[in-house]
Structures are given as structure tokens and as C-alpha cells.
Unconditional design. Structure first.
Length: 80
């Protein structure tokens, strides 16, 4: 049974929307970061040197937490 290679996860952190648009067009600094991560994976694993690697990039946005004021949970002394 061939050994499986664990996935490589690279967190690029919070980014501006212009950088994300450039990444979708396969250009810009984020694309450079993704390409750098792929070359590092190739360097660490010699059996991947002749195989094609396809990076998968997920872009997500965290929802802000709801504050207690938004839920209507005011202290009783403020409601007078």
C-alpha cells in the first residue's frame, strides 16, 4: 500500500479583497505565496518531484460574534 502524503495547510491570514481578486486571476502576492508553498512541499518530498501538484485554496470569512446588546440582554438598571 503506497504511503499517503498528509495535506499541507497554509493560512494566508486576513487579506484585502483586491488581493483575493488578484489570486482568482492567478496573479499577485497571494499567488506567489501559494506557489512558494508548493515548491516547499516538492523540496521536502522527493517522490513528488515528477508529479503534478494542484493547490486547493479556500477563501473564507468569519462571521462577527453577536453582542449581548443585539440579543436584547440589557442590564435591568439601564432599562429605567
Amino acid at each position: 500500500m503506497p504511503a499517503t502524503i498528509p495535506p499541507v495547510i497554509v493560512d494566508l491570514g486576513k487579506q484585502r479583497s483586491s488581493r483575493i481578486r488578484a489570486l482568482k486571476r492567478r496573479e499577485g502576492t497571494l499567488m506567489h505565496d501559494v506557489a512558494l508553498a508548493v515548491t516547499e512541499v516538492r523540496a521536502k518530498s522527493p517522490e513528488l518531484a515528477d508529479k503534478e501538484l494542484v493547490p486547493v485554496v479556500l477563501i473564507y470569512q468569519r462571521k462577527p460574534r453577536r453582542s449581548s446588546k443585539a440579543l436584547g440582554m440589557f442590564p435591568f438598571n439601564m432599562m429605567k
